[in-house]
Design a protein around this ligand. Structure first.
Ligand SMILES: C[C@@H](c1ccc(Cl)cc1)n1cnc(-c2ccccc2)c1-c1c(C(=O)NCCN2CCN(C3CCCCC3)CC2)[nH]c2cc(Cl)ccc12
Length: 100
């Protein structure tokens, strides 16, 4: 079962514009352009975590982002991928919706 099954349709299609600090993180993993779907942003953030090895090799659901720009944005030192709320709260604060 893919996690996208539980994603709202909004995340699948509507484009949002990340604010500058989030945009910088997405660009670090090769994202191009100014607007993305939330699904794309989540995908890029996952790549970023892997690329910067922010996840715990033993407990791979734990992300330690203290000292990283991601941690600044999230306002936390670590989080579990099993509890997406800090990430979605951060996204709400760091994207603006693009008028249709
Ligand atoms: C369900 C999903 C998720 C998605 C959103 C949220 Cl708010 C939580 C959780 N998820 C489950 N594990 C991860 C994960 C775990 C460790 C390292 C990187 C990603 C993710 C995250 C994805 C992603 O796009 N995931 C798909 C393929 N991932 C599987 C895990 N894979 C890694 C597992 C550890 C070893 C390296 C590969 C990478 C590809 N995007 C994210 C972005 C953030 Cl801010 C946080 C976590 C994730």
């Amino acid at each position: 079962p893919t996690e996208s099954a539980c994603r709202t349709s909004f995340e699948q299609i509507r484009k949002v514009q990340p604010k500058l600090p989030l945009q910088k993180i997405l660009q670090a993993v090769g994202a191009q352009g100014e607007t993305f779907t939330l699904k794309e942003i989540i995908h890029y953030l996952g790549e970023y975590i892997v690329l910067k090895e922010l996840y715990d090799k033993q407990q791979q659901h734990m992300v330690y982002c203290a000292g990283d720009q991601l941690g600044e944005l999230l306002g936390c030192e670590s989080f579990s991928v099993k509890d997406p709320s800090p990430v979605y709260d951060m996204l709400k604060r760091n994207v603006t919706s693009v008028p249709v």
